[in-house]
Design a protein around this ligand. Sequence first.
Ligand SMILES: CC(C)(COP(=O)(O)OP(=O)(O)OC[C@H]1O[C@@H](n2cnc3c(N)ncnc32)[C@H](O)[C@@H]1OP(=O)(O)O)[C@@H](O)C(=O)NCCC(=O)NCCS
Length: 158
Amino acid sequence: MVFLFAHPPQLASIKDLLARCDLPHEDLDPNSIVHFLTCRTEGTLAGATGMDVLNAAAVLRPPAVAPELRGRGIGSLLLVRIERFAALAGARQFFARGGVNEDYLLARGYLRISWDEIPEAVRSHAVFSDAAGQETGGLVKNLVATKMPAARKAASGH
Ligand SMILES: CC(C)(COP(=O)(O)OP(=O)(O)OC[C@H]1O[C@@H](n2cnc3c(N)ncnc32)[C@H](O)[C@@H]1OP(=O)(O)O)[C@@H](O)C(=O)NCCC(=O)NCCS
């Protein structure tokens, strides 16, 4: 299992995966796709999740895992990794859309919040920009900016 950030040529395959998982993907383009973390296994794209770090707030593009590869921990592994990368990029809160599959995120430390509690910049993001967002509200998780051991080692020069 290999986790790598996406490259622009993967735009079509990631959009296809998100479409198969019924997740928003219409706004994605070669610039935004590079903020997606992918998981490849057995030579195929198994899953992907994305982040858009706006400032201290970041928008999570929730994990999508190929139906035939679910239940192996790929979604959870993608999520913990994208949370770590968002924190390292300066985000302190990760916002996600509420909706049909929100239980998956609620079980992983996210809390439900109302539409009014979502920062304006996040609300105007493509993920939140349709009218349904006002009814479903959103989810938020506070991120902790712990450095990865390798990054700490490199920083200390040893
Ligand atoms: C949700 C999703 C990413 C999970 O991927 P996955 O690789 O199978 O997830 P994991 O293997 O890490 O976790 C599986 C666990 O999550 C649970 N789970 C799966 N979908 C769930 C959901 N919608 N709500 C609550 N729990 C869910 C499973 O029952 C399983 O529980 P267990 O560990 O107690 O057996 C995948 O089902 C998917 O792509 N769904 C469609 C896209 C989607 O809705 N994504 C947004 C989720 S916020």
